[in-house]
Design a binder for this molecule. Structure first.
Ligand SMILES: CC(C)(COP(=O)(O)OP(=O)(O)OC[C@H]1O[C@@H](n2cnc3c(N)ncnc32)[C@H](O)[C@@H]1OP(=O)(O)O)[C@@H](O)C(=O)NCCC(=O)NCCS
Length: 203
């Protein structure tokens, strides 16, 4: 029995030094590189690779076959669907070594990335944004609560913190999540806010 505060399947490779939070589960054939920091309560599915110095917050769920490369940061409660792809070099060339000059990608709290989606480096995915399956996010900052679909991904509406597409606003400009009843309002064009819970507050 391991006396570590986390679970790692015997086929997983955990390099040292690395920090892994209490209750985190690391499943078959994963590789966590030296210098990585994983928060508590994370779950790495089968065949997940965490590159050196990558930081994952608390309760991050990474589904099977995802590689999280250097330069990528995932905040608390981020969900990565199976086989989604991160990048860290915008114009890769085999002959030219760009090690140490990686472009950053930040996935903010509570965001979800669908299966097989690709996130081109240099982007920030806003809090509770949802990237559809197979979408390719190519640039810029995805707003909080945005629903992004397609190749290249474009915004096709808003999603609630509970993951539902938000309906059209009522006459007061308020949209309600069908599951939680929480109210959302576009406080200025392109800026969605939840009126019932602060974006940084846990559920
Ligand atoms: C985007 C998503 C959230 C659906 O949202 P929705 O509001 O219920 O959307 P609908 O199914 O009503 O579809 C709305 C439109 O978007 C299109 N669409 C839906 N998902 C799409 C996708 N992933 N890529 C491209 N187009 C998509 C539909 O064809 C439809 O188009 P239309 O208006 O021309 O008919 C969902 O399709 C999705 O991709 N979820 C992620 C699933 C996933 O990867 N899970 C990972 C863990 S298993």
């Amino acid at each position: 029995m391991s006396d570590e505060p986390y679970f790692a399947h015997p086929t997983a490779v955990i390099d040292t030094p690395s920090q892994i939070g209490v209750g985190t589960k690391i499943w078959h054939f994963c590789h966590v590189s030296a210098g990585a920091e994983l928060g508590p309560g994370c779950n790495l599915g089968q065949n997940v690779f965490i590159a050196p110095n990558v930081r994952l917050g608390a309760n991050v769920k990474v589904q099977n076959n995802v590689s999280i490369y250097e330069g990528v940061t995932l905040e608390d409660d981020v969900f990565c669907g199976p086989s989604c792809v991160f990048t860290n070099v915008a114009s890769p060339r085999s002959e030219i070594v760009r090690k140490g000059r990686y472009e950053a990608t930040l996935v903010r709290r509570g965001a979800s990335i669908g299966a097989n989606a690709t996130i081109v480096c240099g982007t920030t995915i806003g809090r509770y944004a949802l990237i559809a399956a197979g979408a390719v996010v190519v640039r810029g900052v995805v707003p909080d609560y945005a629903l992004m679909i397609g190749v290249p991904a474009t915004q096709r509406g808003w999603v609630s913190r509970h993951g539902h597409t938000l309906p059209e606003p009522n006459e007061a400009g308020v949209r309600r999540c069908p599951e939680s009843g929480w109210r959302y309002e576009e406080v200025e064009p392109g800026v969605m806010r939840c009126l019932d819970r602060d974006e940084d507050q846990a559920l």
